[in-house]
Design a protein around this ligand. Structure first.
Ligand code: DGL
Length: 265
């Protein structure tokens, strides 16, 4: 590749920014487009067939518009459903985001691991297969949280996350059994690292929260090679709703490095 690569990072909303910030740190020289399918957010409540069709069609349109060299699906709910189909349909490289069960089970000392995702990700056959293949004899508790992704979006817009809701949603992750306690929680939704502080505060005892973002950035380097000494390019953000972000959200996006020109907003 003679030119800097173009990387499209995609999520249902703004959770994929937690992946985006690691990928931009790894390849600051690349051209980035962050696409949020906010018109369809949240993905957690969609049926599999409808969501599959939706993601294939939105990604198809984004590929046509931006001609990326690589697409990072920064969404567990989409990746656990349509990654294989996307690879079949389009001839460019895809990196998905799926529950980090393997590293979590390798790291757990108590052998009690929880997976916290959207209800859809938790119900997926893909997730069950990961557990069968990489569970390493750990006891795994699957926890589907309906309210956390919208809460993370609101948090990014400047509304403090209600600690009562966070505590209620994560409570089933914390298991005590035969003198052992859960020590590792997989964040299987890219929105959840946006709430890391609130999650830590609501945890009844300290655990390690596993965020896959850095591993995904390493995968990008594996596929595209390391960064070149070229200046950082202005990243674009694309909302499928076409709606302009409100001022507080624009400020939050500024912190992720997006300059919201009127044409982008
Ligand atoms: N950020 C998404 C994920 O990783 C999904 C949130 C949603 O749209 O429900 O699963």
């Amino acid at each position: 590749m003679t030119q800097a690569p173009t990387i499209l990072v995609f999520d249902s909303g703004l959770g994929g920014l937690t992946v985006y910030r690691e990928v931009t740190a790894a390849r600051p020289d690349a051209r980035f487009i962050y696409a949020a399918d906010d018109a369809a957010f949240p993905y957690g409540g969609w049926t599999e067939l409808a969501l599959s069709e939706r993601v294939v069609s939105v990604i198809g349109a984004l590929i046509k518009q931006y001609e990326p060299d690589l697409v990072v699906i920064a969404c567990n709910t989409a990746s656990t459903l349509v990654l294989a189909e996307l690879r079949r349909r389009f001839s460019i490289a895809f990196i998905g985001t799926v529950p980090a069960i393997k590293p979590a089970c390798a790291a757990s000392r108590s052998r009690l691991v929880s997976v916290l995702g959207t209800e859809a990700t938790i119900a997926r056959e893909y997730t069950r297969t990961l557990i069968r293949d990489y569970g390493e004899g750990c006891e795994i508790t699957l926890v589907g949280a309906r309210r956390l992704a919208p809460l993370a979006e609101a948090h990014l817009r400047g509304e403090p996350a209600d600690p009562r809701i966070v505590a209620e949603e994560i409570a089933p992750c914390f298991v005590e059994q035969g003198g052992r306690r859960t020590d590792t929680v997989v964040l299987a939704c890219t929105h959840f690292p946006l709430l890391l502080e609130a999650l830590g505060a609501a945890a009844p005892w300290p655990v390690t929260f596993i965020d896959p973002a850095r591993a995904i950035a390493h995968r990008v380097i594996d596929l595209l090679g390391p960064a070149r000494p070229e200046p950082r390019q202005t990243a674009r953000i694309h909302f499928t709703s076409g709606a302009a972000p409100a001022p507080r959200l624009s400020a939050a996006l500024g912190a992720f490095g997006f300059a919201l020109a009127p044409a982008d907003a």
